[in-house]
Design a protein. Structure first.
Length: 46
C-alpha cells in the first residue's frame, strides 16, 4: 500500500531507527495493516 501516510511513516521510521531497522519495522507494520484492512472488506459500515 503506497499512500502518502505510509510514505511518511516509512520516512519517520528510517530517520528514527536507521535504514535497516526502520525498513524492517515498516514492513512489519504494513503486513499488520494489510491484514486489518483485509478483515474489514465486505462488511457493512455499521
Amino acid at each position: 500500500m503506497k499512500i502518502k501516510q505510509q510514505k511518511q511513516i516509512s520516512a519517520f521510521l528510517v530517520e528514527k531507527f536507521g535504514k535497516d531497522s526502520g525498513t524492517l519495522l515498516f514492513n512489519e507494520q504494513e503486513k499488520i495493516l494489510n491484514t486489518l484492512i483485509a478483515s474489514v472488506r465486505g462488511k457493512s459500515k455499521n
